[in-house]
Design a protein around this ligand. Structure first.
Ligand SMILES: Nc1ncnc2c1ncn2[C@@H]1O[C@H](COP(=O)(O)OS(=O)(=O)O)[C@@H](OP(=O)(O)O)[C@H]1O
Ligand SMILES: Nc1ncnc2c1ncn2[C@@H]1O[C@H](COP(=O)(O)OP(=O)(O)O)[C@@H](O)[C@H]1O
Length: 208
């Protein structure tokens, strides 16, 4: 009597150990659920650093991620815009528009951009809400005293030397979010801990 051929892969049961993890999906459309994660905070607060760490974690679990870097956006999408209230508002709306497009198509859009004005941020949140696209606001709440010592781009020193005016948090407004989805006192946490906190929130909401 001949033995039936052994299948190379089991037809039922759990996926093979080498299978990549499955991202969360919208049950009705079977489309991967995207989201915009906006990290707002002062210059040198750690927005970009935390966003990169978070991006790595999300990619590891098989999610598609785009990081909309503020400096890159200002070089291309927002070329020519400055740092007046009006220009910052325009910049934030443009970034919000692109992030929402990405998020509604299944991408997790990470946005480490200052976005100093509450009404600008609210408008972005509102547009996401109107389209049913998940939006998560994270306040990277590193205090000015810490940011100005880090001074990654030398902006605080320039402002102090009188070579720059209108620096967010110093001589230009930063309206801290009153009720963000998450506030991180990032000066008391490692980058990994901060990224893990955002990741945990996304998991709770079925977005990671
Ligand atoms: N005057 C002034 N105020 C604040 N920030 C300044 C300014 N001039 C240049 N920069 C640098 O520009 C980087 C990008 O700014 P953003 O696009 O995130 O700002 S905004 O949301 O439009 O206000 C921003 O990047 P980050 O340091 O990564 O936050 C700043 O380094
Ligand atoms: N606990 C921390 N969390 C985040 N960044 C930190 C921390 N400690 C030191 N840093 C450093 O602070 C700097 C923050 O810069 P960056 O992420 O570009 O800030 P932002 O994007 O908010 O302007 C980086 O050089 C980062 O390595």
């Amino acid at each position: 009597m001949t033995e039936p051929p052994t299948p190379t892969r089991p037809l039922t049961g759990p996926p093979a150990p080498s299978a990549p993890p499955t991202p969360s999906t919208n049950q009705e459309t079977d489309v991967t659920t995207g989201a915009t994660v906006w990290l707002t905070g002062l210059p040198s607060a750690g927005k970009t650093t935390i966003a990169h760490e978070l991006a790595g974690r999300l990619r590891e679990q098989g999610r598609r991620v785009e990081l909309l870097d503020g400096d890159e956006i200002r070089e291309f999408l927002s070329a020519g815009l400055g740092f007046s209230r009006e220009d910052r508002h325009t910049n934030v709306q443009r970034i919000g528009f692109v992030a929402e497009l990405l998020a509604r198509n299944g991408v997790t859009a990470l946005v480490p951009v200052i976005a100093p004005y509450a009404d600008s941020r609210d408008a972005v949140r509102g547009r996401h809400g109107a389209n049913g696209t998940p939006y998560v606001e994270v306040h990277v709440a590193t205090p000015l005293e810490v940011c100005s010592v880090r001074d990654v781009k030398g902006l605080y020193a320039k402002q102090a030397a009188g070579e720059l005016t209108g620096l967010t948090g110093v001589d230009d407004p930063y309206e801290a979010p009153v009720s963000p989805d998450l506030r991180i006192e990032a000066q008391h946490r490692t980058v990994q801990e901060s990224a893990a906190a955002v990741h945990a929130l996304l998991s709770e909401r079925g977005l990671a």
